[in-house]
Design a protein around this ligand. Structure first.
Ligand SMILES: [Zn+2]
Length: 247
């Protein structure tokens, strides 16, 4: 009975001080952002896992940029959903609230979240592959592909973490630290198979924090959750939030 699970989740969250939320592609999918895993994960007949790599970019930067241009263009047509908005409200509901996301679309920011730990970077950041200079650029389409660094003339790349690359160290450290200290970890819309993000669930559980999972299907870490909410986050999180509001 889902109503009982919603009450159980609200009971866990009521009165706690330190909360971490980890979000993944499922939250964005509810806004209409296509996931890598959906639709066979193909782009122009090639697995996305072979397009979003440093090797593919080195071989053909324009081709990789065309893939990201397509994703950037789609994002101009999507908006945050109620799940994003609840998580934005929770930054003020709990004395300490840390939002960690695997998403690169900045929909959490669009919903009003002020600080977001972006484990996989952002598609709206562009970084020089030579000097490392990073800048936000939301121009769609970009005037020329690949874009070129204004400081050094190097080839610029999307500011996202590709398959086979390390996560930004400062961001992962901050996420790990917050997770070690939290009382509750809310895992939303992620299959929890991609490490090290998936490891945050283990860190929370082994540190004694309670885990709430919100996902249409059981994730790889569902067994670590005290409460499993099965369904769309855009419907379930507002229900949990309404109970907290009424408390
Ligand atoms: Zn440069």
């Amino acid at each position: 009975m889902i109503a009982e699970e919603i009450s159980a989740a609200a009971a866990i969250l009521r009165g706690v001080t330190r909360v971490v939320a980890l979000t993944g592609a499922g939250v964005s999918a509810e806004s209409g952002v296509p996931t890598f895993r959906g639709a066979g994960g193909l782009w122009e007949g090639q697995p996305v896992q072979e397009v979003a790599t440093p090797q593919a970019f080195a071989a053909d930067p324009v081709r990789v940029w065309r893939f990201y241009e397509e994703r950037r263009r789609r994002l101009t047509r999507v908006a945050p959903n109620p799940a994003h908005r609840v998580l934005a409200r929770w930054q003020d509901r709990f004395p300490s609230f840390t939002l960690v996301t695997q998403n690169v679309d900045r929909l959490h920011h669009a919903a009003g979240s002020r600080e977001v730990l972006e484990l996989h970077g952002s598609i709206w950041e562009i970084r020089c592959s030579s000097c490392g200079r990073s800048r936000e650029d939301r121009t769609v389409p970009l005037p020329a592909l690949p874009p070129v660094c204004a400081s050094c003339g190097g080839t610029e790349r999307p500011g996202v973490v590709w398959f086979g690359e390390y996560l930004p160290p400062g961001v992962m450290d901050a996420a790990t630290e917050a997770t070690q200290r939290c009382e509750v970890l809310v895992v939303v819309g992620t299959s929890a198979v991609v490490y090290p993000a998936a490891g945050l669930v283990e860190i929370a559980a082994s540190g004694g924090a309670k885990v709430i999972e919100v996902n249409p299907d059981a994730s790889a870490k569902a067994h670590l959750a005290e409460v499993n909410l099965r369904g769309p986050a855009g419907e379930l999180l507002p229900n949990v939030d309404a109970l907290l509001e009424g408390a």
